[in-house]
Write a protein that binds this ligand. Structure first.
Ligand code: HT7
Ligand code: ZN
Length: 875
């Protein structure tokens, strides 16, 4: 398998101005005629370069150059490309290929999902439809004709505007679509099937009317309202926050059940995993509603950050993905609670991106090389990339950041560019030197900020010394210092925010300020202080770093109750919880008695009784760090001790605060029928969290409360809240509830995914057996990525204690499934490998067992590129 390097980039030898595609659609035999207007893009005086068109899984039926059929021998074709050795300077190439969508289980290119046909072309799927220069810097104008049987496929969609449609003989019909915007092939899309749609109109800021349409299968027609409303919100938000208006007359979204990722931003025709479109109060949770709003926003925002301005090559993927993640995070923050959204984003970064950045698959936000680009749609490229954009906004300030965005759109609309062009626009608009900042794109690893302080009572000065370091990562043993914004404040012992005056300044500059780190060690001396202050550091999680400051318990108490920054308040509680649980883990490992400190329970009691705070924030503050986050804090991960210690804290909270938890449940009990937008999602979260603590303490009363909630719930949030607590309880009610849930929802794929997840994530000791049995359940299907994620993914990535069973059964199970998936869907197979990449973090026995699985996978003949790359790098 070949490695592609960023440094080898060369401009394309040939460009394509127009693409005319004509599809005769049929599930098992689709014919594609492609008519390409091609022109040379290199200096031909020093020799004519061959035209190399990418193509995979295609049967070539005919090839014409300027209308003349090419003879065999005048071109070369193999299983990855079609080569014309000596083409003219400008010409029209006509290629006819045959493809089989039904056989396409990789879900890349044109494939069948249930009764419909759809495409997924990012990153390199277009080459599975026809021969093409399948790279993002070849941008062309597309016209697409679709033909199919009207009975099977009454709806025929492609990018852009519908220009013509009509009947054909024999019950067939056609539609012609034209997209006036030049685009790379990865944004091409086609959908054909028996679909219905709901529609609305949006008036843009300049007064243009846009038709919005959401397409689904008939049975899902009443589950699209929320997606449509979210789309309208996203369109308005992008106009108001970034001055960006939509540019076509229609915007279509199609929901499909078989999809490798969340959704795809194809120009004017988004294709979505149905889990990010379909919602009804009975079948979707509050979290589902939020995720739909976020993903709808994300794909919509790509229209400017990704489609109008795209990536020059795939190394620049974060140019569109990091920026669009930042935009969707800001959109969601404006639609919901900003602090709670920030906390959720930080939790996900720490639980998935930090471990990636600390392991054998660590790579920079802009990777230097890849074997399979699909493996780089990673937490680092997306979410660390989003944090990098956020740091730019922090460094420049909101106003200059917005000016930088405007300048970027003005300079590069219609182009395929690099990250450098984006950062240059920011540097120019903000009048800042951002050359050192670029290291965030090119150096991997999570920096550590070690902060030490000294208070001098004599002159009332307080010095913070900040030293940054960054661990070695594959191929990068040494790191240069990063340019880091550090947002901070100082609190007095009563919790009041102190004015911040640095030595040499005449006036204090507020009570929260951004200091900039550039050198390995920086010192900041604040003056005019009467007593040793408590530093409030990394406000709003202003940089994707780890912080090392020796907070005392009383400092954390003060920050938790008094800091003006909600992230710091939440973080102070998390640091306390980590300290407590780590201590308990030590006790358990040493065979000592493990007891939860009274002071910890007291701080939870205070929080539970605090009725001033937002319920959603409170629920976050009362949630313990996850087992996988705790694992990250250990030298050698001990999944059993982590589980035991955390459960001990949960049970102690449940026992000792039973009255307060019950009161919190009561206060949050529904007083009116559920509405997803009733503003009570935080209440429901707190209520369900309280229930889970009560269940951790045990006892029939809690089980009865669960069953009562499960039976009376008028919405999926409450139903699932009760059922997930029951799924972790070895009681007869568990089986009863799971069985009745299945019976009620057996025809709803999205809900049955939840049913699989609950069982796969159960902490009960028999979970492995249960998971093995579920593999044979009639509703399990290895060809459906959502189902694979719900069983294989939920068990191996969401159930640390059962997956890492010291006997190695979990590992064997995962190895087996990866090998089966390798032949079905390599992208999904590769995504399932993640837990094995962490093998070095465990004890010798588990290391050995995981390594054996990696070796078994690598020994498989015919291993897909995707799986090979990750397995080889993990070892
Ligand atoms: N830009 C989209 C990426 C995507 C994708 C990548 C590889 C394989 C399948 C895929 N489906 C969608 C999604 C996004 O970031 O918006
Ligand atoms: Zn994206």
């Amino acid at each position: 398998h070949q490695t592609i390097h960023q440094k080898d980039y060369q401009v394309p030898d040939y460009l394509v101005d127009t693409v005319e595609l004509s599809f005769d659609l049929s599930p098992e035999d689709t014919r594609v005629l492609s008519r390409l207007a091609i022109r040379s893009n290199h200096d031909r005086s020093s020799g004519v370069r061959p035209l190399v068109l990418d193509g995979e899984e295609l049967t070539l039926l005919s090839l014409k150059l300027d209308g003349v059929e090419l003879e065999q021998g005048s071109y070369r074709v193999d299983d990855s490309c079609l080569v014309l050795p000596d083409p003219p300077e400008r010409f029209v190439l006509e290629v006819t290929t045959r493809i089989n969508p039904k056989e396409n289980s990789a879900l890349s290119g044109l494939y069948a999902s249930g009764p419909m046909l759809c495409t997924q072309c990012e990153a390199e799927g277009f080459r599975r439809i026809t021969y093409f220069t399948d790279r993002p810097d070849v941008m062309a104008v597309y016209t697409v004709t679709l033909r199919a049987y009207r009975a099977a496929c009454p709806v025929l969609l492609a990018n852009g505007n519908l220009v013509e449609k009509g009947d054909l003989p024999d019950g067939r019909h056609f539609a012609v679509w034209h997209d006036p915007f030049k685009k790379p092939s990865y944004l091409f899309a086609v959908v054909a099937g028996d679909l219905v749609h709901i529609a609305d109109r949006f008036t843009t800021m300049s007064g243009r009317q846009v038709q919005l349409e959401i397409y689904v299968e008939e049975r899902n027609k009443d589950k699209c309202e929320h997606a449509l409303r979210s789309l309208m919100h996203a369109m308005r938000w992008d106009e108001e926050q970034f001055g960006r208006e939509y540019d076509l007359d229609t915007y279509m979204v199609v929901a499909v059940d078989d999809f490798n990722m969340g959704a795809m931003e194809n120009k004017g025709l988004n294709v979505f995993n149905s889990r990010y479109v379909l919602a009804s109060p009975e079948s979707a949770t509050d979290d589902d509603y939020q995720a739909i709003e976020e993903v709808i926003g994300h794909e919509y925002f790509h229209n400017w950050t990704g489609n109008r301005i795209t990536c020059r090559d795939w190394f620049q993927l974060s140019l569109k993905e990091g920026l669009t993640i930042f935009r969707d995070q800001e959109f969601s923050a404006d639609m919901q609670s900003r602090p709670v959204k920030r906390i959720a984003d930080v939790k996900s970064l720490r639980s998935a991106q930090f471990p990636e950045d600390a392991g054998p698959l660590a790579h920079p936000v802009r990777p230097e090389s890849y074997v399979e680009i699909n493996n780089f749609y990673s937490m680092t490229v997306y979410h660390k990339g989003g944090e990098v954009i956020r740091m730019l906004q922090t460094l420049l300030g909101r106003e200059a950041f917005r000016a930088g965005m405007d300048l970027y759109f003005e300079r590069h609309d219609g182009q395929a560019v690099r990250v450098d062009e984006f950062v240059q626009a920011m540097a120019d608009a903000g009048k800042r030197d951002l050359s050192q900042f670029m290291l965030w794109y090119d150096q991997a690893g999570t920096p550590v900020l070690t902060v030490r302080d000294e208070f001098r009572a004599g002159d009332g000065s307080y010095t913070l010394t900040v030293t940054q370091s960054c661990p070695s990562t594959p191929g990068q043993p040494e790191k240069k210092p990063f340019h880091i914004p550090l947002v901070m404040g100082l609190l007095d012992r009563a919790g009041a925010e102190l004015p911040l005056r640095l030595a040499g300044e005449t006036e204090p500059a507020g009570t929260s300020r951004t200091v900039e780190l550039r050198q390995e060690t920086e010192t900041f001396t604040f003056v005019g202080l009467k007593e040793r202050p408590v530093p409030s550091l990394l406000r709003n999680f202003c940089a994707p770093v780890k912080l090392d400051y020796p907070y005392r318990d009383e400092d954390l108490d003060l920050l938790m109750t008094s800091d003006s920054d909600p992230f710091v308040r939440w973080e102070a509680g998390q640091v306390q919880a980590v300290k407590l649980i780590m201590g308990l883990i030590g006790d358990i490992q040493a065979g000592r008695e493990a007891r939860v400190k009274e002071s910890f329970i007291e701080s939870f009691r205070r929080l539970l009784c605090d009725d001033r705070q937002d319920r959603a924030f409170l629920a976050e503050a009362l949630t313990l760090p996850t087992e996988s986050y705790l694992a990250e804090q250990m030298q050698v991960i001990d999944p059993d001790a982590i589980h035991q210690a955390r459960e001990l804290v949960r049970a102690t909270v449940g026992e000792q605060l039973a009255a307060e938890l019950s009161a919190a449940r009561e206060a949050c009990a529904a007083r009116a029928p559920y509405r997803p937008d009733d503003g009570l999602a935080g209440c429901r979260r707190l209520k369900n969290l309280s229930l889970s603590y009560l269940m951790a303490a045990g006892g029939q009363q809690a089980i009865d409360a669960c069953m009562a909630q499960f039976k009376s719930a008028d919405n999926m949030t409450d139903s699932l809240g009760a059922l997930s607590a029951l799924a972790n309880c070895a009681c007869p009610e568990r089986e009863e509830a799971l069985a009745s849930f299945y019976q009620r929802w057996r025809d709803d794929r999205g809900v049955i995914d939840k049913w699989f997840i609950l069982q796969a994530a159960s902490r009960l000791p028999d979970t492995m057996d249960r998971v093995l049995a579920l593999l044979d359940h009639p509703d399990f299907d290895l060809r459906n990525p959502n189902r694979v994620r719900s069983l294989v993914g939920a068990f191996s990535q969401g159930n640390q204690v059962r997956f890492h069973d010291a006997g190695g059964r979990g590992y064997r199970f995962l190895g087996d499934q990866i090998l089966r998936l390798n032949g079905i869907n390599p992208q999904i197979a590769a995504r399932m490998l993640t837990p094995f990449s962490r093998w070095r973090r465990f004890d010798a026995n588990r290391q050995e067992l995981m390594k054996k699985e990696l070796e078994r996978i690598l020994a498989e003949p015919g291993l897909a590129r995707d799986v090979y790359e990750l397995a080889a790098k993990s070892l």
